[in-house]
Design a protein around this ligand. Structure first.
Ligand SMILES: Cc1cc2nc3c(=O)[nH]c(=O)nc-3n(C[C@H](O)[C@H](O)[C@H](O)COP(=O)(O)O)c2cc1C
Ligand code: SF4
Ligand code: SF4
Length: 333
């Protein structure tokens, strides 16, 4: 039984164990511009005969980037990525297509400006090459500096690469890592020995072996630009001596930054691929001058949009348990 479970952990070889959201393209509206293809972090879409369509068998993570980046309103997303068996089995609550796009906020008429930016800010993946002045980058970092942190320990530091040529050099250094990693991962589809190794690794290290991350890793290989054409990259470095859980503090700091950037007319995309690259490649860390006790946690790219993706998108329903009178009540089955 346990062996059967283990056998099922490597997902790409068993597509029947998982399902994508289905992306539906309205061919009447689609002009074949390719924005959705460029915006898709998993390379799930292609344009054939001037119409966009889904590529078969690629894990779509239901992020709605294609919906948000289609200026013609031609894309809709139905359902959500889910896994029905094994260690990756999800317990998602799947809204059907009738689930409203607009968040249901109980008891209020409209959205506050803060709520509006939270709901409408999208990760942008189609940047203009227009540079960002250093002063604006500073303002974005200021918002991070004022983030709350455990014991006010402020365990962050920022490495700013506001230089596209230097970003290209960094991308060049990271490319082999993602090429080898994803080649190894997907080789498990046809190679039973690799598949067994990957099954064990998937059972032991689910966060590392998630097929959506691997699909994303494969999708950023050259000629695609891992930095999405953005002109500015900010590494968020964390102090390993941080109180309790430094990663929580870094996340809050980064979210302050992306929201502040939005309010300054900039767009952003979190980019853990850049952080992971620096984490896994000591020579890249040396090249970048990242020194202990700081470690790369994640990164954000920043710039001006070539395509404005801001809009509300679908999300899973919230899993809420209300504890009242000593009992748990769930809102949904
Ligand atoms: C910590 C973190 C790391 C991320 N890393 C990447 C990344 O490496 N590449 C990418 O294209 N998107 C990355 N994203 C963006 C997510 O894919 C995106 O937030 C998610 O799909 C939801 O879309 P939204 O930001 O438009 O709401 C990351 C997001 C977070 C919070
Ligand atoms: S972004 Fe919209 S219009 Fe452009 S190719 Fe995709 S679906 Fe078609
Ligand atoms: S929902 Fe996200 S992952 Fe899926 S096709 Fe659209 S952009 Fe790609």
């Amino acid at each position: 039984m346990a062996f059967e479970k283990l056998k099922n952990t490597y997902l790409p070889a068993r597509p029947e164990a998982w399902s994508n959201s289905s992306i539906v393209v309205d061919e009447e509206k689609c002009t074949g511009c390719g924005n959705c293809v460029q915006a898709c972090p998993c390379a799930c879409l292609e344009v054939v005969g001037k119409k966009a369509r889904m590529v078969e068998g690629v894990a779509c993570m239901s992020c709605s980037a294609c919906v948000a980046h289609c200026e013609k309103g031609a894309v809709t997303m139905r359902g959500f990525y889910r896994v029905d068996e094994g260690v990756f089995k999800t317990t998602l609550l799947h809204p059907d297509d009738g689930y409203p796009k607009v968040p249901e906020v109980e008891g209020i008429e409209g959205l506050t400006p803060v709520e509006e930016v939270i709901y409408k800010r999208r990760s942008n993946r189609i940047f203009s090459s227009r540079p960002v002045p250093d002063e604006l980058v500073r303002r974005v970092i200021e918002a991070g500096r004022f983030a709350p942190s455990h014991g006010n320990n402020q365990p962050w530091s920022f490495l700013v690469v506001n230089d596209r040529e230097e970003m290209d050099r960094i991308a060049e250094m990271m490319d082999p890592l993602y090429r080898h990693l994803t080649r190894f991962y997907f080789s498990g589809k046809s190679n039973p020995v690799t598949r067994s190794l990957l099954s064990v690794a998937s059972a032991l290290l689910p966060p590392l072996m998630d097929q959506r991350a691997m699909t994303g890793g494969r999708a950023i290989l050259k000629p695609k630009d891992v930095f999405l054409g953005a002109p500015c990259l900010i590494y968020l470095l964390g102090d390993k001596r941080g109180i309790n859980n430094m990663y929580v503090d870094i996340g809050i700091c980064g979210q302050n930054m992306v929201l502040a950037a939005h309010s300054l007319g900039l767009v952003t995309c979190w980019l853990s691929f850049a952080g992971v690259g620096a984490k896994m490649l000591p020579w890249l860390r040396r090249y970048l001058g990242i020194k202990k006790p700081y470690v790369p946690v994640t990164a954000i790219v920043l710039g001006y949009p070539r395509v404005n993706a801001d809009s509300m998108v679908k999300r899973e329903l919230p899993r809420i348990i209300w504890r009242k009178n000593g009992q748990n009540f769930t809102e949904l089955p």
